[in-house]
Write a protein that binds this ligand. Structure first.
Ligand SMILES: Nc1ncnc2c1ncn2[C@@H]1O[C@H](COP(=O)(O)OP(=O)(O)O)[C@@H](O)[C@H]1O
Ligand SMILES: [Mg+2]
Length: 258
């Protein structure tokens, strides 16, 4: 089916072909009616069919194992609505809401606007997934821009570590970091987050960005990093100490000054 409208009302969301957004992968009409009513009550006025992911011909912001994410006009302004999938391996999005509330206080993650059992309304992060951003990165001043971005990402991971919050999916940053219009990295999807004293988000993220991940060769090339051994050593030290001094040594190992 080809998409015609770019914007629909919550009323239209109850019908074909749009109701799949509220009940994926199979339609449970009772659920559709309940969620549509709740969305209205939560201040959603229009659903915007924009984004690079296609769901049955409809453009949405994204689709994961747990949820469907679409854009909407709301009382909070333009926002992202994340709706639990019918086949998700959990019953609510309350865990994500709980952790978003905490990390928002440290200016991490999209801002949480509204929580319900089966959906959350968060800030719409307009930008590119990190993979696409790195792929398209070229031109004058790239090294400086990339260093600034990498530093901001590592700092956020460090803050999560200090607060003993394990995001648990930063070893795969491609799906979980969006670079916004101001080139600020935004970590998304706190659905799998847990409280954990030992876990290091920084180690998981840095390992992927510089050593093992798909985008690591380009990052190393732009930042002129030849010695990955130094990074591995710094990360090992950080993993046991998890303090500011060892964090600074991780930054140094990738040629970033604090
Ligand atoms: N706040 C947001 N702004 C813009 N796009 C988003 C936002 N949240 C999620 N997305 C998009 O939706 C996709 C799926 O969201 P995610 O939270 O990872 O769902 P899941 O928990 O199912 O993995 C993401 O990869 C991203 O592309
Ligand atoms: Mg995800």
């Amino acid at each position: 089916m080809s998409q015609e409208k770019k914007s629909i009302s919550v009323e239209e969301l109850k019908r074909e072909p749009y109701r799949i957004l509220l009940s994926y992968p199979n339609i449970v009409q009772e659920r559709v009616e309940i969620l549509a009513k709740e969305l209205l009550g939560a201040g959603v006025s229009q659903v915007l069919l924009i984004g690079s992911t296609k769901l049955d011909g409809l453009n949405i912001l994204g689709k994961g194992c747990t949820a469907i994410v679409f854009a909407a006009e709301t009382v909070y302004g333009r926002a992202a609505v994340k709706v639990l999938r019918v086949d998700a391996n959990r019953k609510t999005l309350e865990n994500e809401a709980k952790f978003l509330k905490i990390v928002n206080e440290h200016d991490i993650g999209p801002k949480l606007y509204h929580t319900s059992k089966e959906f959350i309304i968060v800030e719409y992060v307009e930008g590119k997934r990190i993979g696409e951003y790195i792929r398209e990165l070229r031109g004058k001043g790239v090294s400086k821009r990339l260093k600034k971005l990498v530093k901001a990402m590592l700092e956020q991971a460090y803050v999560l570590d200090q607060n003993r919050i394990a995001h648990c999916e930063l070893s795969n940053p491609l799906k979980h970091i969006i670079i916004d219009k101001n080139e600020k990295p935004v970590i998304i999807d706190f659905e799998s987050a847990t409280s954990n004293k030992k876990y290091s988000n920084l180690t998981a993220l840095a390992q992927s960005l510089f050593i093992g991940g798909k985008i690591s060769p380009k990052i190393r090339r732009i930042m002129n990093i030849r010695d990955t051994e130094k990074i591995v050593t710094a990360l090992k030290e950080y993993k046991t100490k998890m303090d500011f001094e060892s964090f600074k040594r991780v930054l140094e190992s990738v040629k970033i000054n604090f």
